[in-house]
Structures are given as C-alpha cells and as structure tokens.
Write a protein that binds this ligand. Structure first.
Ligand SMILES: [Zn+2]
Length: 511
C-alpha cells in the first residue's frame, strides 16, 4: 500500500515535471516567436500602396535630358514607355500623336537605382520606401521563403521593386553558436561537405538567384560550395570567410564580395592584427597594398558591393548616438526594427547594437576605442578609393535595416560617401544602375529601347552633384509611376502606421 502510494506520487511528480517542461518550451516558443515578429517588423501594419501610384499603359516624357547608353552625358530626347518597357526614344521634334507627354524640360532622367545589399526582413512597407527613393531594384542578401514570394508577386505586376534574392547566410559552424544563429538568425550551417553540396543544389530550384556566404565558413566547405554552385550555375556572393585569405579569394570563383570591410578586415589579418598604437603603421601598409588588391579583384572579375556609409556611421553610433539618430530618416524606419526585441538589439539609444555605454564611462578605453574605430573607417575609405582608381566592378549597396540604415533613403547617403572617397559622379551613377543590372542579369539600368521602364526623373543634374539624386520628381517602374505628391502622401502614411505600432517615443530623436 505504502509502495503503491509512492509509485503514484513519483508518477505524478514525473508528469508534473513534463507538464512544466512542455509549458516552458511552449512559452519560450511563443515568446521567441513574438520577439522575432517584432524585430523583423511584422507587427507594423502594411499599407495599401495602390492609391499612391498611377498605372499606365503608354506614356511619354518630352524634351527630357536622358542619361545615354554609353553613360557619357545627358542628351535631350522624347521617350515613350509602354507596357513596362522603354518603347521609343525620339528626337525632340518627333512627337507621337495620341500619347500623353509629361513635360521633361530641364529635367534629368536616369535609370532606376539598384541597391545591391538590402535586408528586407518582414515588412512590405520597406518595398515602398525604396520606390519612394527611386530604388526600383534590390538584392535581398538574406533571403527567405517570404522574399521569394514577394519576388514572384513583383514579377506578376505587384507594386514593388524588382527583386534579386540571395539565399540565407551559409556557414560551417558547429555546436551552440551554430544552433543559435540557425534558430534566431535563420542562418544555415553545414556540418559536412556532403551536406553542403546537397544544400547548395536546392537553391536554384527554390528560386534563389545567388548563394550568400557568411563569415563562419571553413576552407573545405567554402571550396565545396563554390564547386557545387558552379554546377548549378548560381553565383556565390557575400562575405569573405575568416579562414580565407585574399589570395585564395581571387581564384576561388566567388563573384561578389559584400562590403569593402571584408577586404580591409582581411588586410588587418595579413598585417598581423591591429593593436592600439599600430593604427598608423597598418594604414601605411594598406596604402601600399590597396591598389594591387584592387587590380587583382578587377582581373579576377570579383565585384564589390560597397556599404561604406554604414561603416562610416559606426564611430558616430558608438560614441555619439544621440546626435547620430537625428541625422537619419528615423520616422520611416520600421518601429520593430529600431526598437529591437528581447532577441535582437535595435537602433535607439539605450538599445543599439553598436553602442557600448561602458566604454563611454572610461576615458582611457574611450580614447583607444575612438582611435581604433577612426582607423577602421579610414581603412575602408582608403580601400574604396583604390577600387575607384582601378575601375573595379563596384555595386552600390547599403545593408538596409542594419542599425542606422533606412531603406531607400540610405541609398543616397551611400552615393554621397562614394563621392567623398573619390568616385566620379559618373562612376557612382553606373555603379547604381547599369553595373549591378549586368551583375544581376536583369534588363534594367539603361535608357534604351527594350529595357524595363524603371526610371527616375530628377529636377537637378546628378553629374554636377551626386546629391542631386535626391531631387526626385517622379519614379517609373513596371507599368506604374509615382510623382512628388504621391511620394509625400505615401511617406506620411508609412509614418502614421509606424507611429501606431511604436512602443518607444522617438520625438526626441527626430531631425
Ligand atoms: Zn548585410
């Protein structure tokens, strides 16, 4: 009898423990699910874009200065857009009857801009921020099933930029950190070469346009991935893994390096690491080597997606965040993204992924950290100048939704940063249009008959000052257009839905 009672008790206790574990796991599942939704922007209402955009079958722009196909200059022409394509480019005297022409006199028409390093996360509102800023094509650099779905919708005529979708980040980490980055970051970590080959073979079929490499990749897996990708005819792009030196990259078959930073990080490694006090010596070393690195990248057809504005912002975010947030278009950024969640930090003071309040309290550490970070940025600028001088295939990319990088708006900041390090305005315009178009194999980026009708009408000449890329009067894409007034209303609407979702007030941080 006594024994029986004990057995029952034990069983009850065991059942109790199981229930607690199940509740715990369920709770953790629900909690993490909600946190993921928050920091990926899913909790913000998605606007209905239809009322801000006009659709047309055929439209003309007369007397407009168009960026010519040899990219040399602007010439004045009439242009006709029909069913989402450039249908005709005529002399200014040649006006077709029964076509409505917009007057393009003293305006400048450039191809739609291409952001080659976007992170869309989960809110379609970002798509409209791109369009409002003249960015009519984007490369998503951490793709998911959702992004493949959006890409399909864009192809089928939805109001959206064209989408090029790279896979989620692949690596070869093992153990706890691999599990964490898989569960909460969506990264893929191959544990064996066979697994890597099998995994890579599926991406093309699923609709991905490229394989995105992360930094945590060993040499054997890196080599196997590129070999398998070649068989599948899918480009391999992304980071330079911590194990791969530049010398290996050149002949690897990796066709794009995401971030100039990947090059400078590698040179720091080759220098033997940069300790406090070594910064100037390292920068001299980089200056001596930057041109030959750039030449090898060019000779081996390795394109570089820039993302240098973000890097330039790092010291500002680390040491002067309160002022930094006032320089960006914070109100349009998704509130979930900027507030962060229990799983991921956001952008705002007190919860920013780059901010380190401890350092700010310690004068000695602060001095060292500032010196290091300034040199870190300087290195990226030195390397970028070398890319410009040596005509490397450069693609403008921004790394949107990383702290400080607002979709669409950040593209113009990136262009300005490129100008500051020595790219000519023509180089920048090409790196924003025709060069990425060729890399992505899309019929965009050129004002020529037969190309997609993705265009931006500017009131000021961007060849005179690249900041004129912001003087947007109208954006055309597919069979849609949006004018200044529509852009204003669209942005107001996005601001409204953002305000409805905010749990942290941002008035103190606005421009
Ligand atoms: Zn990125």
């Amino acid at each position: 009898m006594k024994l029986k009672f004990r057995k029952k008790t034990i069983i009850k206790v065991i059942i109790g423990i199981f229930i607690l574990i199940a509740l715990g796991l369920g709770g953790e599942y629900l909690w993490s699910g909600h946190q993921m939704k928050k920091h990926t922007g899913s909790l913000t209402k998605v606007i209905d874009p239809t009322s801000y955009f006009d659709s047309y079958e055929i439209i003309g722009i007369k007397n407009v200065n168009i960026y010519t196909k040899d990219s040399a200059s602007f010439v004045t022409r009439n242009i006709v857009l029909k069913n989402g394509k450039i249908d005709a480019i005529n002399d200014v005297t040649d006006l077709q009857s029964n076509i409505d022409y917009i007057n393009g006199a003293d305006r400048y028409l450039i191809p739609g801009l291409v952001d080659t390093h976007a992170h869309l996360l989960n809110s379609k509102n970002d798509l409209y921020l791109y369009l409002a800023n003249g960015v009519t094509s984007i490369a998503e650099m951490f793709g998911t099933d959702t992004h493949l779905e959006w890409k399909k919708e864009a192809k089928n005529g939805a109001i959206s930029p064209n989408m090029y979708v790279a896979s989620s980040k692949v690596g070869s980490q093992k153990g706890f950190s691999a599990e964490m980055s898989k569960n909460y970051g969506g990264a893929i970590h191959y544990q064996t070469i066979e697994e890597a080959r099998e995994g890579i073979a599926t991406f093309r079929k699923e609709g991905y346009d490229a394989i995105k490499l992360g930094s945590m990749l060993n040499t054997e897996t890196y080599t196997a991935i590129i070999d398998e990708a070649k068989k599948q005819d899918i480009p391999v792009i992304g980071h330079l893994s911590y194990e791969i030196p530049l010398e290996t990259l050149y002949s690897s078959g990796q066709s794009q390096l995401a971030h100039v930073e990947e090059i400078t990080k590698s040179t720091m490694e080759a220098f033997g690491g940069v300790a406090y006090g070594d910064e100037e010596k390292y920068l001299d070393y980089l200056k001596k080597n930057a041109d030959s690195i750039a030449i090898k990248l060019r000779e081996n057809n390795i394109a570089v997606s820039t993302t240098i504005w973000l890097m330039e912002s790092l010291p500002k975010q680390k040491f002067d965040l309160n002022n930094f947030v006032r320089t960006i278009e914070l109100k349009y950024a998704n509130p979930g993204v900027i507030e962060g969640s229990g799983l991921r930090q956001g952008w705002l003071p007190g919860n920013n992924e780059y901010e380190n309040p401890e350092i700010l309290q310690d004068a000695e550490r602060l001095k060292k950290s500032k010196t290091y970070n300034d040199a870190y940025v300087k290195a990226i600028q030195i390397m970028s100048s070398a890319l410009a001088r040596n005509n490397v295939t450069v693609l403008v990319g921004t790394d949107t939704n990383v702290a400080g990088v607002v979709p669409g708006f950040s593209f113009h900041d990136e262009m300005k940063s490129l100008s500051n390090v020595g790219f000519t305005n023509r180089q920048i315009l090409d790196a924003s249009t025709i060069v990425p178009a060729k890399f992505m194999k899309m019929k965009i980026g050129k004002i020529e008959v037969g190309y997609e009708s993705d265009l931006v009408l500017l009131s000021k000449n961007p060849l005179e000052d690249i900041a004129n890329s912001k003087s947007i009067e109208m954006v055309f894409f597919d069979k849609y257009r949006i004018d200044e007034n529509g852009i204003k209303k669209l942005l107001n609407k996005i601001e409204d839905v953002n305000n409805d979702t905010r749990s942290v007030e941002i008035n103190a941080y606005l421009k």
